[in-house]
Design a binder for this molecule. Sequence first.
Ligand code: AMP
Ligand code: MG
Length: 270
Amino acid sequence: MNAYERYRVQPGRRIELGDWNPAETAAFDGDKKAGQDATKELNKRLESLQELLYAEGKHKVLIVLQAMDTGGKDGVIRHVFDGVNPQGVKVASFKRPTPEELAHDYLWRVHQQTPGRGEIVIFNRSHYEDVLVVRVHNLVAQEVWGRRYEQINAFEQQLAEEGTTILKFYLHIDKDEQKERLQARLDDPEKRWKFAAGDLDERARWPAYQTAYEAVLSRTSTLHAPWHIIPANHKWYRDLIISQILVNTLEGLDMRYPQAEEGLEGLVIE
Ligand code: AMP
Ligand code: MG
């Protein structure tokens, strides 16, 4: 089985995160150097695929990144998309909703950020927060968030039917790895700004979050919008697998550069 399929959640499969090793490096036998070289190669292919996507102006691509704090969402955006032309790639970050956003349904702010033709949009957090943080903190009643899994599936199905390719990644780290990374943030003056006092409260709710993630992964991985559980303790491995899945998916779109105007071939500019 190739690496991308191995981490894809089959629709309807019940997920227990304890069965998924966050420190795995199997697809590359733990060879970090070789893995990093492969990621660089993939990055070049991603650059040209994105150019093609933009030029063709037909497909829309939505990438959803979710993770526990310090899981590496920012790192993926920086590394996997390194050098990719910022025209045509957009990052949408979802923070705590503003009063205006809260006055609407939870998908309102999300729908506005979905990709147009020729665009790749990366969601740094997403509508899944509305069944994650919202569920863990009881921000709405259970019967309200309980309905959202089906609503999210229907929303994503609609996007897919209208021409959006959707890929969802859960960056899977364990609690010890989070401890290291939070500590590193505290110890490094250049990273300290990323540390929020609330991060420790959230860390204390680790089991509740894992349960909420298991529900998301078990109930919202579909053929048109599959989840992938990415082993993310090792950053190089995480970047490699995500790059592979992206390149593989974009190559599968069978894109073509648009037809140029007639008579341009052989034309020499005076
Ligand atoms: P960060 O990504 O570290 O900048 O933090 C963003 C914060 O916004 C996180 O604590 C999220 O849990 C929170 N957040 C994002 N979406 C929602 C939402 N729909 N409801 C409540 N909090 C949210
Ligand atoms: Mg944070």
